[in-house]
Design a protein around this ligand. Structure first.
Ligand code: TXA
Ligand code: MG
Length: 349
């Protein structure tokens, strides 16, 4: 049962105006603002600090990808298993050959078509991508984020180190297994208590996409999608033929149970299956709210569903609900990626 609003109320929050949750901002964590915030973020990263950074998918917990001590702190801050490799964020495809080797033509074509954007390419690693990034695999995952601020931060890191290229290792800025943050408030709510005084956070607004990037294994003769996202199968097949075979590449972290709020997520097909009152409900706008349930969001289509998904799951916890009843969006494309995240959030139910 949800603790508030009152049992009979139907609670909705609009897409653009998610209410601020009450957060304890830890003392000492620096919130970077003002015109020099990008340079300061680059300098802090160069000195081994962690910086919470915006991307168009979800917020990331960033560190200099060539600094083993800083990267080690990503794992302890998130409580993430050490063998789960990290995505290296780069500012343009120009540094593909700094981080990778033997990069296949179709991978370059995908990069040209969809970077900057919500797509991560797994390629053979160069000696710059060391074991502490790749979890000892011989591949590295690379992404040029769509958020301009973050691309500038990556360049500011290179400038602070007087180097031509740099990379920011950044997993989603949440504790391991939990819901990814799509606003700075949510990221600080997740990690604020675990950061140090020398760490920082930078606001880039609400994430446009709302779910994590599509991950594509580009080490074989044809690409293989390892994690679905906003760059869809159809998008990939416009550039290259998808492999008929499973990938030999592991993507540790793709656990059946992930992206989970504290509330139990139950996926249903129709509101007739809501068998408890005063719980939370999430579905496309076309579905009515079941009696006495708190409506978390009413996205108009699958793209909007992805945008609001994680903040809706967080809202269920804020309301103290024990169950979220969810009707998933149907069809291919980003709807399939939303179903993938919902299935992981609901694992065990
Ligand atoms: O949208 C995103 O991708 C966000 C933002 C911050 O960029 N990042 C993100 O990172 O979702 P994370 O760490 O939460 O998920 C990264 C996934 C993990 O499942 C990991 O196993 C996989 O990428 N991965 C990283 N390096 C890999 C590699 N070399 N081979 C296969 N999978 C890899
Ligand atoms: Mg994650």
């Amino acid at each position: 049962m949800c603790k508030s609003p009152s049992a009979n109320a139907t609670f909705t929050f609009p897409l653009q105006n998610t209410p601020k949750i009450c957060i304890h901002y830890p003392e000492g964590v620096q919130f970077l603002s003002g015109p020099d915030r990008i340079d300061r973020a680059g300098e802090l990263l160069a000195h081994g600090s962690l910086v919470i950074i915006p991307t168009e998918t979800v917020y990331g917990l960033g560190a200099d990808a060539e600094n083993p001590d800083a990267v080690a702190r990503i794992f302890t801050t998130k409580n993430r298993p050490m063998d789960h490799p990290l995505i290296v964020h780069i500012s343009s495809a120009d540094s593909l050959d700094y981080w990778g080797v033997n990069i296949l033509d179709y991978a370059r074509d995908l990069a040209a078509a969809y970077w900057p954007g919500p797509m991560t390419l797994v390629v053979q690693r160069s000696d710059k991508a060391r074991d502490f990034i790749t979890g000892t695999q011989n591949t590295v995952a690379l992404r040029v984020p769509g958020h301009e601020t973050t691309r500038h931060i990556i360049d500011a890191l290179a400038k602070a180190k007087s180097k031509q290229y740099s990379g920011v290792a950044a997993p989603s800025a949440n504790r391991f297994g939990k819901v990814s943050p799509t606003s700075l408030d949510h990221a600080v709510h997740e990690l604020g208590d675990y950061l140090q005084e020398s760490d920082a956070a930078l606001d880039g607004g609400q994430c446009d996409v709302g779910i994590e990037s599509t991950i594509i294994d580009c080490t074989g003769p044809n690409p293989v999608i390892l994690r679905s996202g906003a760059i869809t199968e159809t998008d990939v097949t416009q550039i290259a033929t998808l492999s008929e075979f499973e990938s030999a590449v592991r993507a540790p972290g793709m656990l059946a149970s992930h992206y989970a709020p504290t509330a139990t997520v139950r996926i249903i097909d129709s509101i007739d299956q809501v068998n408890e009152e005063n719980e939370a409900f999430l579905a496309l706008a076309e579905f009515e709210t079941p009696n006495n349930c708190s409506r978390l969001a009413s996205p108009g289509n699958a793209t909007e569903y992805a945008q609001v998904l994680y903040s809706a799951l967080r809202q269920a916890d804020d309301l103290g609900c024990s169950t979220v009843f969810v009707i998933a969006p149907q069809g291919p494309g980003i709807a399939a990626a939303v179903r993938d995240r919902l299935a992981r959030a609901a694992h065990g139910e």
